[in-house]
Design a binder for this molecule. Structure first.
Ligand code: PBG
Length: 324
């Protein structure tokens, strides 16, 4: 069928036709809102490179959680700024650590909210790397034990799902085994399966104070040039017991999201990261783009590429827009 018999514009005539044939939809329930938790009392601190995103003290979390639920955003993921850091990242699994307290506060005050946690060490180590350093090297297998301990401590505090973001080899399997051992066999793992060594994480590292003091993360996060390797990484995580596969960042890696969607039958998540958010906010603030429409189009593109789930700092704004 070609012109003049076929005229695609027939079905674009008005919004009702367009809505009728729309292939991709966004819903607030598919969005996960990241929260940054800091020590102290009664404080909200705006992150300068992420306008509209705040570091919150634990007492501020209930209000935030209720607001998310009201907007239909049923899930949050927590990142912590500990009081103290050390070379072993022991604050990550402290019983009374910042994240453990944050989980308990949210599960007590807003029990219907799903509380997910980022499992990593970079926010808790003095050197800012995602693993334990032994003899000047990031020691993979020593790190696994600490990560597993951290995941178990999150589950013990009440976390609904854990999300390892460190990119050490074998961590999903190690965490799965540790959770099962402690009778947390029903707590799922969302693995940052395909996480690139990306420059788009810049604002997050300010927000969470976790930039490496020396060197970079290219020895464990993936080379942005690689796509076949993404399938190998994801395959490993599936075999080790991941329940959800994540790709990160999102927009610069839509091809990877689409590949994972085609190759695997697990749910696929994508993390629209801090730098991707900051770019839209900055251009919007300058009046160079229509921020709201660019936000919606961007998130839609991530869904269209194949991600069911999107982690985004725009979660509340997008939900508000969807509610009309
Ligand atoms: C921790 C972690 C990072 C992000 C999520 N978890 C930073 C990093 O890997 O350097 C980035 C999130 C964002 O940029 O929004 N490892």
């Amino acid at each position: 069928m070609i012109f003049p018999d076929y005229r695609p514009r027939r079905l674009r005539k008005n919004e009702s036709f367009r809505a009728l044939i729309r292939e991709t939809h966004l819903a607030p329930a598919q969005l996960i809102y990241p929260l940054f938790v800091m020590p102290g009392k009664n404080k909200r601190e705006e992150i300068s490179s992420m306008p509209g995103v705040y570091r919150l003290t634990v007492d501020q979390l209930a209000r935030e959680g209720r607001e998310c639920l009201k907007l239909g955003v049923n899930s949050v993921i927590l990142f912590g700024l500990p009081e103290k850091k050390d070379p072993m990242g022991s604050g990550a699994h402290a019983k009374d650590g910042i994240i453990q307290r944050a989980i308990r506060e949210l599960k007590n005050s807003v029990p219907e909210l799903l509380v997910f946690t980022d499992v990593c060490l970079c926010e808790y180590t003095t050197h800012g790397h995602c693993g334990i350093i032994l003899e000047n090297q990031i020691d993979n297998d020593t790190t696994l034990e600490v990560l597993a301990k951290t995941a178990v401590s999150h589950a013990t505090a009440g976390a609904d799902m854990v999300a390892p973001s460190d990119m050490m080899d074998g961590r999903v399997g190690e965490i799965r085994a540790a959770l099962d051992e402690e009778n947390f066999e029903t707590v799922p793992i969302m693995s940052y399966a395909v996480k690139y060594a990306s420059s788009f994480y810049g604002p997050f590292r300010d927000a969470a104070d976790c930039a490496p003091q020396e060197g970079d993360r290219r020895g464990y996060q993936m080379d942005p040039a690689n796509s076949r390797e993404a399938l190998r990484e994801a395959t490993l995580d599936v075999e080790e017991g991941a329940d959800i596969l994540m790709v990160k960042p999102a927009v610069a890696y839509l091809d990877i999201i689409s590949k994972l969607r085609d190759e695997f039958d697990l749910p696929v998540a994508a993390y629209h990261v801090s730098g991707e958010y900051a770019i839209i906010k900055a251009a919007g603030a300058n009046g160079w783009i229509d921020e709201e429409r660019v936000m919606a189009e961007t998130l839609l593109s991530i869904r269209r590429a194949g991600a069911e789930i999107i982690l985004t700092y725009f979660a509340k704004d997008m939900a508000r827009l969807l509610q009309g």
